[in-house]
Design a binder for this molecule. Structure first.
Ligand code: ATP
Ligand code: MG
Ligand code: MG
Ligand code: MG
Length: 484
């Protein structure tokens, strides 16, 4: 089954169960000062759950473009290094707004995975919330009982509050969740260690695919919980992970979501992708094909790379891709922009914004590549001078503040400085570098990294509102005007 067919089957299934199918919301949020990017399927529905808006229908399903690079959900460091976390990914989801609850949500998920998609039951595990005495929360016995009618009891695993209790923010709707994990190991591997032990343990082939959240509580401002008047379901399934399971692969990058992009990188760079986890060239290829999706979708949805706010996040992602390909694929000329056409070909039918904005996306990426590669060339001259100065003084440690300045003012990646220094037998004053970095972070208070929850709700927003600093407010106003 191709990825296109898999996506369509998901939507058709939920349509047949009375769900309204809606398009993905933009990946860039234009009117939410608390969150820069959609980071889950429910982002676009949060006002339904908070009671600020009437849902369009009691049952909805879709695929949502998500980006997890800042705030509570920041997977950036894993990307390229593992095989199943991306910056940009699609989250397939179905929702019930005060309509069906645990029993049907569980039955739908099970029927879809095992009967429609045909995943063998022996490859699946589920988790349920084990309860939490400090909050007087009981184990999710209802979920347990509903699962019991589908799956053997030894495959239902207790999960703690961190993994199995979802909260929207400091306050607001919340509730236990139940996750489905798929074991994709060979029979031989399975015989060695029980899949049970590997669930939620970062094993690359025993992966979480679907999270079913049952919203039944409201967390009040004083942190106590009350039962919600109506109960809701919010689910999210990683599309690329589902494709991996259904296409019999052991890495998301081996599915047809990524293989056309990888083939193009191979063609342009002359390097072969071998799928090895620790191989630097393979990491670079994974980073590149991941990042090009994030950046292309963000630009297509109206977020240009820039020096502040969401635009800066996008610029950083793109520069990360360029650095990796410069270092490990030896690509010294712009080339990433040529991947846009491949992405468009593959995803443009379902996401027409890619078709419409393809030329702009291509041009913007190309000019970003040109300017950053220039910076790299200039930076190389500067770091070599700094290294010479250090050696002339008979020292072996490169001053951290100079490396930071190269990074901060000249856009030259610190790890490149580090590598070049090491090649010359020098080290970098990491402490000095970290101190400068910390100072800079303190300066840009209000930076996205500081947000811990998905968002804050309106009441909290007013209470905690301390004003935007100029940087942020400008970005926000510009983006807001664009919407109008
Ligand atoms: P994980 O534990 O693997 O990081 P999660 O618990 O953070 O996932 P959820 O917030 O429950 O993820 O999101 C719902 C689903 O979205 C997950 O079950 C997973 O299939 C998928 N997903 C989450 N993060 C990513 C990512 N960075 N890349 C690809 N898919 C993801
Ligand atoms: Mg995660
Ligand atoms: Mg998880
Ligand atoms: Mg989860």
């Amino acid at each position: 089954m191709t990825s296109q067919e898999i996506r369509q089957k998901f939507l058709d299934y939920f349509k047949s169960k009375g769900h309204l199918i809606v398009p993905s919301a933009p990946i860039v949020l234009k009117d939410d000062p608390t969150l820069m990017f959609s980071n889950s399927g429910m982002t676009q529905f949060k006002d339904y759950f908070l009671g600020y808006k009437e849902p369009k229908a009691p049952r909805i399903a879709d695929t949502q473009k998500c980006l997890r690079v800042s705030g509570k959900h920041n997977d950036l460091d894993d990307v390229g290094r593992d095989t199943y976390h991306h910056t940009m990914f699609e989250m397939l989801g179905n929702w019930s707004f005060g309509d069906y609850f645990k029993k049907d949500a569980i039955a739908f998920a099970w029927e879809l995975l095992t009967e429609v998609f045909g995943i063998p039951k022996e490859n699946l595990y589920v988790t349920i919330f084990e309860g939490d005495a400090s909050e007087n929360l009981e184990r999710d016995q209802d979920a347990y009982n509903f699962w019991k009618s589908h799956i053997s009891e030894d495959r239902i695993i207790n999960g703690n509050k961190k993994d199995n209790f979802w909260e929207m923010g400091e306050s607001g709707p919340c509730g236990p969740c139940s996750e489905i994990h798929v074991d994709l190991r060979s029979e031989e591997e399975k015989a060695k260690v029980s899949g049970l032990e590997l669930v939620n343990n970062d094993h690359p082939q025993v992966v979480e695919v679907w999270n079913l959240v049952f919203m039944e509580f409201n967390r009040k401002a004083d942190r106590t919980l009350e039962k919600l008047p109506a109960q809701h379901v919010d689910t999210g399934m990683g599309f690329e992970r589902l494709c991996m399971a259904l296409q019999g692969k052991s890495s998301n990058y081996d599915t047809d979501v990524f293989t056309p992009l990888i083939a193009k990188v191979e063609e342009l760079s002359g390097k072969k992708y071998t799928g090895i986890l620790e191989d630097e060239k393979d990491i670079a290829i994974r980073v590149v094909v991941d990042h090009i999706r994030a950046v292309s979708f963000a630009i297509a949805d109206g977020q240009l790379p820039s020096n502040g706010g969401a635009g800066y996040v996008i610029r950083r992602i793109l520069r990360r891709g360029i650095s990796y390909s410069y270092r490990f694929l030896e690509m010294k000329e712009p080339f990433l922009y040529q991947l846009v056409a491949v992405l468009q070909e593959q995803m443009g039918k379902f996401f027409p914004e890619l078709e419409k904005q393809g030329t702009l996306v291509t041009e913007v990426i190309k000019s970003e590549e040109e300017s950053f590669l220039n910076k790299i060339e200039n930076g190389l001259i500067r770091i070599n001078n700094i290294i010479k100065d250090t050696q002339n003084k008979g020292e072996t440690v490169v001053p951290g503040n100079l490396v930071f300045e190269l990074y901060d003012t000249h856009g030259f990646p610190a790890d490149l400085s580090r590598i070049i220094a090491e090649e010359k037998g020098l080290t970098i004053d990491e402490k000095g570098f970290d101190e400068e970095m910390k100072k800079q972070k303190d300066r840009s208070r209000g930076d996205s990294e500081q947000k811990v929850y998905d968002w804050v709700n309106l009441e909290e927003r007013e209470e905690n509102f301390v004003g935007y600093d100029k940087f942020e407010s400008e970005t926000y106003i510009t983006r807001y005007r664009k919407v109008e």
